[in-house]
Design a protein around this ligand. Structure first.
Ligand code: URA
Length: 239
């Protein structure tokens, strides 16, 4: 059982006092009846509605966002748009945060959740959750470059003199400027710094997979959707 003011404020991204006001003015019903802020609702058995729309109580949710360029991975910023600004009202909750960061000019899969333990597992290098990136390079790779890149990346390279990366995987494509890079950690600017160390530069970067979950092709940049329970379970699994 959860107090209805807490239920409404958590599910609808309101402060507790805004939720109490809405409840007192009759906008919230439990099983079709008006209620008081201190009343409790059974999350599984009761039907709660707000302005006639049914509201489900989910303790944890996960959102898949296809981040466009120019948006930052934060919940609030004075100057730039954030990933939170892209969440539609029906998915907004006060406790959501992006699990990890993509750079402002990186596009693709951002996992947004209110599940701190899951976010921690996804980000922790100890859990080896894979993150796969599509990388467009400034300079095309010759066959000799490919061998050198593959060996260096697989061995666990050192960037900026003393920062040791975990072994990673690079996958070449028919386009000599376009590779996939699979990392198990998320150091600051890691892909760009790895490619820089190898003497190249990243011109475009897009994340397409986290753990066992691929970015949904149906999501245009800037769009997001709630993830299914099966997807959330797969977020920390191996591909
Ligand atoms: N590596 C980078 O350099 N930037 C990102 O946004 C993600 C990984």
């Amino acid at each position: 059982m959860t107090r209805i003011d807490r239920f409404i404020s958590e599910m609808l991204c309101m402060t507790r006092s805004q939720a109490q006001q809405a409840i007192r003015s009759g906008r919230v019903l439990i099983n079709g009846s008006r209620c008081r802020p201190q009343d409790k609702a059974d999350e599984d058995a009761d039907t709660v509605s707000f302005d006639g729309r049914e509201i489900k109580y989910n303790k944890y949710i996960g959102i898949m966002l296809n981040k466009p360029k120019g948006v930052i991975c934060a919940t609030k910023d004075r100057l730039s748009d954030t990933v939170s600004d892209l969440i539609p009202p029906e998915l907004r909750r006060r406790d959501l945060f992006p699990a990890g960061r993509l750079d402002k000019d990186t596009t693709g899969f951002v996992f947004i959740t209110n599940n701190g333990a899951l976010a921690h597992d996804m980000l922790s290098p100890r859990h080896h959750t894979e993150k796969e990136y599509e990388v467009t390079l400034r300079d095309p790779l010759s066959d000799a470059d490919k061998m050198r890149y593959e060996e260096t990346v697989a061995a666990g390279m050192t960037i900026d003199g003393d920062e040791k990366c975990l072994p990673a995987r690079i996958v070449f494509t028919d386009d000599p400027k376009f590779v996939h890079l699979v990392l198990c950690e998320g150091k600051f600017h890691q892909v760009k710094r790895m490619m820089h160390t190898l003497g190249n530069e990243v011109t475009e970067l897009r994340r397409i997979r986290i753990g066992g979950v691929w970015l949904d092709d149906a999501l245009c940049e800037g769009q997001c959707r709630e993830m299914t329970a099966a997807e959330i379970e797969q977020i920390c699994t191996k591909h």
